[in-house]
Structure formats: structure tokens, C-alpha cells
Design a protein around this ligand. Structure first.
Ligand code: SAM
Length: 235
């Protein structure tokens, strides 16, 4: 998969350690060539003398608004760099919530183009002209779209074929689809030692009976989902 990031802070998207996308699973995926992340500085496409990407809002008020021209030119130039079709995505608190089904859908695409806003946001006319899919990572406001984009990238990259080994399979994770179509929270996990500060690992996990362990895990998933996220179980 190719991911293009349009930002005024391209240095945040290094895939070398110790950058966030240069370590752990995204770092390994990039090193193995399973994902290419190209960060483009929107500022490189400005045509004004001061390389400004933002200006004061019409109608007054605080803050600055990102201008149409640099972003428009940057998107068209970056899209022309590779023939693969692109899904344009704007990170915005007003977008569709990022959920595991959306992450799964994005992970099937050959190319994503992510746009990070800043300040008050982006001039509405360029959003209308680009018609991106608008995605939010939650009901709170960040200073910029870069961290939101990194959250999306991490969630998508770990689902790309070959990225996770068997040991790290995502199939048991929270929000993954069960055989019956339900999406549940994950069960609790334990490792050595068997007893820690007087707390024992559940006996069933020592039984060696894979069927019983699987049944216990499913029960735990259901109980947790009912207690913590009953909305996932439906009406
Ligand atoms: N004035 C905008 C509003 O209230 O909808 C908020 C602008 S915010 C300070 C600046 C940028 O951060 C946005 O353009 C967007 O790219 C990003 N951003 C902030 N919160 C986000 C969220 N929850 N999900 C995705 N992106 C977010």
C-alpha cells in the first residue's frame, strides 16, 4: 500500500526509529516494503512570496484558515506521482468516526491520500472541490490532523497482509469480526509467572484443553462486551 500524507509538518512522518511510524509494527511494515509512506509538505506548493498556507478568516474571528490553492495543487501533484487510484481522506473532527470496519475497508485499498488540517481548519471550497472522505478519530479536538492520521495509519497498516505474524494475529482483537458477524471486546490475557502478588492465572488456561480455553475466551469476550460496551451487542 502507498500512503501519501499532505501536511505542513512532514518531518512527523519519518519511518525511521525512533519516530512513531518507524518503530514496532508500522516501522517493521515500512522496512519490509509492505507500506510506503510519503509525506509531502503543502508549503512546497504555495505560490505566494512568504510561502503562507493560511490566512485570516473572512467574517473575522480568531485563528487562521488553510488556503485553497496550496492544498489543491499539492493533492493534484501528489496524485500524479503514482498511477494507483487514491482514496482521499481528510482528517477532521466533523468526519465519520474511525471504526474497525472502516479501517478494514481502507486496508484493502492500494493507496490512501491523507490530508491534515491545522488552525481553524481548511477553506470549505477546497474541501468541496476535493470531495475527500472525512474521518474523525473521536469527539475531541486536536491541534492538527497529523496525530489523527498516524492513528489511522497504524490501525490500517497492522491489517495489511504479511504485517502481523501468527503470534500477533489481529483476529482475536477487540472489534474484529467473529464467525457469527458480531464484533466483541477482547478477552483478558495472562503470561508468566503463574502467580503474581497473590493473584492466580485462571485455572482453565493451564488445562491444555484448547476447546475449553476457546469457550472460556468467548465467554469472557461476551461478558466484557456486555459490561463495557453493550452497544456492540445491538438491541
Ligand atoms: N475548527 C475545527 C472544528 O471545530 O471542527 C477544528 C480544527 S482543529 C483545531 C485543526 C485540525 O486538526 C483539523 O483541521 C483536523 O485536521 C484536525 N483534527 C482535530 N481534531 C480531530 C479529530 N477528532 N479527528 C481528526 N482530525 C482532527
Amino acid at each position: 500500500m502507498r500512503i501519501d500524507m499532505l501536511t505542513t509538518f512532514p518531518e512527523m512522518f519519518s519511518t525511521q526509529p525512533p519516530a512513531a511510524l518507524g518503530v514496532s509494527i508500522p516501522g517493521r511494515a515500512a522496512a519490509a516494503g509492505l507500506v510506503e509512506i510519503h509525506a509531502t509538505d503543502i508549503r512546497a506548493y504555495t505560490t505566494n512570496r512568504h510561502r503562507k498556507t493560511d490566512d485570516r478568516p473572512f467574517g473575522g474571528g480568531p485563528g487562521m484558515v488553510m488556503m485553497c490553492q496550496p492544498l489543491w495543487d499539492a493533492v493534484l501533484a501528489v496524485e500524479a506521482m503514482d498511477p494507483r487510484p487514491t482514496r482521499r481522506i481528510l482528517l477532521t473532527p466533523q468526519g465519520r468516526p474511525l471504526t474497525q470496519p472502516l479501517v478494514e475497508e481502507l486496508a484493502t485499498l492500494p493507496r490512501l491520500l491523507l490530508i491534515a488540517g491545522h488552525y481553524e481548519g481548511i477553506d470549505e471550497r477546497v474541501i468541496e472541490a476535493l470531495a475527500p472522505q472525512e474521518v474523525s478519530i473521536g469527539d475531541y479536538v486536536l491541534s492538527g490532523g497529523e496525530l489523527a492520521a498516524m492513528v489511522l495509519i497504524d490501525a490500517v497498516v497492522r491489517l495489511l497482509p504479511g504485517v502481523l505474524g501468527d503470534q500477533e494475529s489481529n483476529l482475536q482483537d477487540s472489534f474484529s469480526q467473529e464467525a457469527d458477524g458480531r464484533r466483541l471486546l477482547d478477552c483478558p490475557h495472562y503470561t508468566r509467572p503463574r502467580e503474581w502478588m497473590g493473584r492466580e492465572v485462571p485455572e482453565i488456561l493451564m488445562s491444555g484443553d484448547h476447546g475449553k480455553v476457546a469457550q472460556w475466551r468467548l465467554e469472557q469476550k461476551l461478558a466484557r462486551t456486555e459490561a463495557r460496551r453493550p452497544d456492540l451487542l445491538g438491541p
